[in-house]
Design a protein around this ligand. Structure first.
Ligand SMILES: Cc1cc2nc3c(=O)[nH]c(=O)nc-3n(C[C@H](O)[C@H](O)[C@H](O)COP(=O)(O)OP(=O)(O)OC[C@H]3O[C@@H](n4cnc5c(N)ncnc54)[C@H](O)[C@@H]3O)c2cc1C
Length: 321
């Protein structure tokens, strides 16, 4: 119950212009600013430096250039070009060849046809540079359009792309069957968006049970699934299912978000599991940041503490360290 209320509250705050303005001013201003716990930085150089550090610890990465729900074709085109540039830079820097994209960042709300073209531009470059492209899943109204677009590109033989399914949604177990038949790669998540009880389980225990069922199905029948969670019980369940059914460690991977449960991240790697870290960067970090707060309201205390510390040196420090 608290979980649902917290998500609703942070979802509402995510639309506050004042808060966004304040957060933009303080959130990334210095190397210790609060948003940096979850966001690698505002530009590609900072993102690549974070990737290097993560890869140095034996983990894999996927880079997300933050942005969503653009309202013009010009913004969608800029986002597409940014991804093209990002892939070139990642390839040059020797980063893992893996990016995550959002369809509303590429113009899904503005013109569906053009957003498909933008995805194709990214997939063509990805093919040339040998990248894998994960299409993130946004909130429930976007699920069908996302899966439709995915079917289209799959039929067009783009096999260097994968989808995300959210165990919170009632429909996802049916969608999973469809994606398994295609043979496409799935990232399994619980789902970060506030959803109505008409489409999603209102109780966290039911979301978790659905997650466990889906991970079981994916490990046995899926194509290189990504078990994306920080939930130690779900991670233990995935390890148990994999061991029981002799699913080798190179046939699936765990995924976690940058800055969350670093202790669990380190222990997965030292136990010899594959782990990919989702690394977001970019100037449009506020909605992503608010979703992280909504998932764990205790994060607010961390932000408040950082802000208090920041107030002691607001203007004395340079913008970048
Ligand atoms: C790699 C990756 C990609 C994702 N992509 C998508 C996507 O495309 N679409 C989508 O809807 N969702 C996505 N998510 C988010 C996901 O849906 C969940 O909201 C998020 O992972 C929290 O759920 P959980 O599985 O960790 O379990 P929970 O039960 O929510 O959390 C388990 C434990 O993890 C820790 N934890 C979880 N969240 C936080 C946090 N924000 N701050 C600090 N600690 C935390 C806490 O210790 C908590 O007890 C993604 C998650 C990952 C890891």
């Amino acid at each position: 119950m608290f979980d649902v209320v917290a998500r609703g509250f942070f979802h509402a705050l995510a639309h506050s212009r004042l808060l966004k303005k304040l957060a933009s001013r303080y959130g990334m201003a210095t190397p210790r600013s609060f948003a940096r716990r979850f966001i690698a930085g505002e530009d590609i150089d900072e993102a690549l430096a974070t990737c290097r550090a993560i890869q140095g610890q034996g983990m894999l990465v996927t880079l997300d250039h933050l942005g969503e729900r653009v309202t013009s074709l010009a913004e969608a085109d800029t986002a597409t070009r940014d991804y093209l540039q990002l892939m070139e830079r990642m390839a040059l820097a020797g980063a893992d060849r893996n990016v995550s994209i959002k369809l509303t960042h590429l113009g899904l709300d503005v013109d569906r046809g053009i957003s498909v073209d933008n995805v194709r531009r990214i997939l063509e470059a990805a093919k040339r540079l040998d990248f894998f492209v994960r299409i993130d899943m946004e909130n429930s109204p976007y699920v069908q359009p996302t899966l439709d677009l995915f079917d289209t590109i799959w039929q067009q033989e783009y096999r260097n792309a994968g989808v995300v399914l959210q165990s919170a949604l009632y429909r996802s177990e049916r969608d999973l069957e469809h994606v398994i038949v295609l043979g496409a790669r799935v990232r399994l998540v619980k789902g970060t968006y506030k959803e109505s009880r008409t489409v999603a389980y209102p109780k966290k225990a039911d979301v978790d049970r659905a997650y466990a069922r889906m991970l079981h199905r994916l490990l046995l029948e899926g194509n290189y699934p990504a078990i994306a969670t920080h939930d130690v019980e779900m991670i233990a369940e995935a390890k148990r299912v994999a061991a029981e059914h002799h699913v080798e460690r190179d046939r699936f991977e765990f995924q976690m978000l940058h800055g969350i449960r670093r202790d669990v991240q380190a222990s997965l790697v030292s136990d010899g599991y594959r782990l990919r870290i989702y690394v977001p960067y970019g100037r449009d970090w506020f909605p992503y940041f608010m979703r992280r707060l909504g998932e764990r309201p205790a994060n607010v205390i961390f932000v408040a503490r950082s802000l208090l510390a920041e107030r002691q040196f607001p203007l004395a420090r340079p913008a970048r360290g």
